[in-house]
Design a binder for this molecule. Structure first.
Ligand code: ZN
Length: 326
């Protein structure tokens, strides 16, 4: 009944819908803030006509700008301008947000290397998969993550509960919730809305149907797979981006050296991924530190987070290509 309450309800619902229904439109290309701003000024005007004028007008002009959510999308701060100069882009990312990430973060900080992405499942805080994995696999608790472990790094989505999503393809609502709820939780945590993710379970659990759901019903615009290409080509489709290499592969250093030595006549990408717990499986902490040092000190490459890579190439590489073959 209360007009003020009605208006703020309309504004909150409008803001919420903006998060949820960015179907098809690259969320980061068209920030929901703008849509919300328009809606915020238009919606109440209608209400105004139906109710008593004076109070409503006052509230729109004074309250609307304050309630407008300032959504900041991830990856917009790379400082790199695509000016036609071919460059070698390098991404490094780690899945699962387990406690080994502390060591990785320590190494990265030691070499002042912050362009690293960590993929987290915010529905699994504190969960211990050690028994199944065979080495410590304990995810950070919510409190630990809130304490700022990942501050300065790129925090992105690994979906809410790390489910084998191929089993849920016939339930788009569930898939959407797994992706979008995790993204929203990360936004609440960091104040930055993620637009990239890593598919949980990797390639065996990815389907084109899932990509379509992600594209049409969520704000996620890039999702990493798990098959190493050992190549430096740019991806063709961002919602199933295949990496160049995995941190525990024997060929890692060789691949990286080839990347450094390669002539750069067009944009190139070295996309590297891994898990913190692998460091315990292979006792490879020293090896990873050596690699991180090499990346941090390398000349002639652009170190970017996965979110930054997306923002730099979002206008050139499609997130999803509709399969027209019957
Ligand atoms: Zn994972």
């Amino acid at each position: 009944m209360n007009i003020k309450r009605m208006i703020s309800l309309i504004l909150s619902v409008t803001a919420l819908l903006c998060f949820v229904s960015c179907s098809g439109e690259p969320a980061a290309t068209e920030p929901a803030t703008d849509d919300t701003a328009t809606a915020a000024t238009e919606e109440p005007t209608t209400t105004e006509e139906e109710t008593t004028e004076e109070v409503t007008t006052e509230e729109i002009t004074t309250e609307a700008p304050e309630t407008k959510p300032e959504i900041v999308y991830a990856g917009l701060e790379s400082g790199i301008v695509r000016d036609g100069t071919p460059r070698k882009y390098f991404c490094l990312c780690f899945d699962d947000a387990t406690q080994q990430d502390l060591k990785i973060i320590e190494m990265c900080k030691k070499y002042n290397y912050y362009d690293v992405t960590f993929f987290i499942s915010t529905g699994l805080y504190g969960v211990d998969w050690t028994a199944g994995v065979g080495v410590p696999h304990v995810r950070f608790t919510k409190k630990e993550v809130q304490s700022g472990i990942y501050d300065g790094f790129d925090l992105a989505s690994h979906t809410l509960n790390h489910l084998p999503l191929d089993q849920y393809e016939s339930n788009p609502k569930k898939v959407k919730s797994e992706l979008e709820t995790d993204a929203k939780n990360i936004y609440k945590l960091t104040g930055i809305y993620p637009v990239v993710m890593a598919w949980p379970g990797g390639d065996p659990n990815v389907t084109r149907g899932l990509m379509k759901i992600a594209y049409e019903q969520t704000s996620i615009r890039l999702a990493r797979g798990t098959t190493s290409t050992h190549k430096f080509d740019l991806p063709k489709e961002l919602l199933w981006l295949q990496p160049t290499a995995e941190i525990s592969e024997a060929t890692l250093f060789n691949d990286f050296q080839r990347f450094l030595d390669a002539e750069c006549t067009e944009d190139m990408l070295f996309f590297c991924w891994g898990h913190g717990y692998e460091l315990d499986i292979y006792n490879s902490y020293d090896r990873l530190e050596k690699f991180i040092k090499m990346i941090a000190e390398a000349e002639g490459i652009e170190r970017v987070t996965v979110s930054e890579f997306y923002q730099l190439f979002k206008d050139e590489i499609p997130s999803y290509i509709e399969d027209t073959a019957e």
